[in-house]
Ligand binder design. Structure first.
Ligand code: SF4
Length: 258
């Protein structure tokens, strides 16, 4: 089943990787907006979920978040993290930096120990306001699914010809290690091509990039729900664990979600 979030603020939900997480969706509530079109995306393929709905504006996001945080505080709920994810790429919202500023203020007021995370494909980090916004959150979680352009293009399908792994790596380096690298491992077929970023060649090239970037943490995961491309399989947990062990050998803490 494809999952779309119909509210600006949803949850909290129990996340495999983040704990008790209050989700924030800055994207259309009835469709998807992303500059990638990953073959594993839980929101489905972009073409199937086009929307003409406007993005929620900064004030609406602030009001929805304050309302929810107030309620949760009154209920005595534990909240590990406020997570910007939702129906696509959060950094495509034109007011992302102001929204992050508001979120920091509200978090400090209602849940001062809660972290703020943004799940991002990293494509828009060349825009100053996006980079600045992600520098202001506790957990910028940036995607890199392969060290090879061809594989990254096959799995993530970025919507721009200027995408390259080298460009992403250069942008991620600007965080000087203060970010979390997130990578999906999977196997299968898509449009007559074999998809497998768990091969020795893939993993050792990806590890070389991890070693170069030295993120403060790595999150490794695989498919958990139905994917829009139908011939994909989970990477086995033993394979994920082996990859994680190699990252740990670099001295980088790693979370595995199998
Ligand atoms: S970057 Fe995230 S939201 Fe965008 S297509 Fe990929 S999985 Fe879906």
């Amino acid at each position: 089943m494809t999952i779309l979030f119909h509210e600006i603020v949803y949850g909290p939900v129990q996340s495999r990787r983040l704990g008790s997480s209050l989700g924030v969706n800055l994207l259309p509530y009835d469709g998807k907006l992303c500059s990638f079109d990953c073959i594993y995306c839980e929101c489905g393929f972009n073409k199937d979920f086009r929307s003409r709905t406007k993005l929620p504006d900064r004030e609406n996001v602030r009001a929805a978040m304050e309302d929810k945080l107030q309620q949760l505080q009154e209920m005595g709920v534990t909240l590990d993290v406020i997570t910007f994810a939702g129906n696509g790429e959060p950094t495509m919202h034109p007011e992302i930096e102001g929204i992050i500023d508001d979120t920091n203020l509200l978090r400090n007021q209602y849940f001062p120990h809660t972290k703020i995370s943004v799940l991002s494909n990293g494509l828009h980090l060349n825009r100053k306001e996006v980079f600045d916004a992600l520098r202001k959150v506790d957990n910028p979680i940036l995607k890199l699914d392969s060290a090879f352009d061809e594989t990254a293009r096959l799995i993530d399908r970025p919507n721009t010809p200027t995408y390259s792994v080298a460009r992403q790596v250069a942008l991620y380096k600007l965080f000087q290690g203060n970010f979390i690298l997130q990578s999906m491992f999977l196997r299968g077929r898509f449009e007559e091509k074999i998809v497998d970023n768990t091969t020795e060649e893939e993993v050792s090239a990806w590890l070389a990039v991890v070693s170069e970037l030295r993120p403060r943490e790595v999150m490794i995961y695989t498919i958990a729900r139905e994917t829009p491309a139908k011939e994909l399989q989970k990477a086995p947990i033993e394979v994920l664990q082996k990859i994680a062990d190699k990252v740990e050998e670099l001295g980088i803490p790693t979370i595995v979600a199998g």
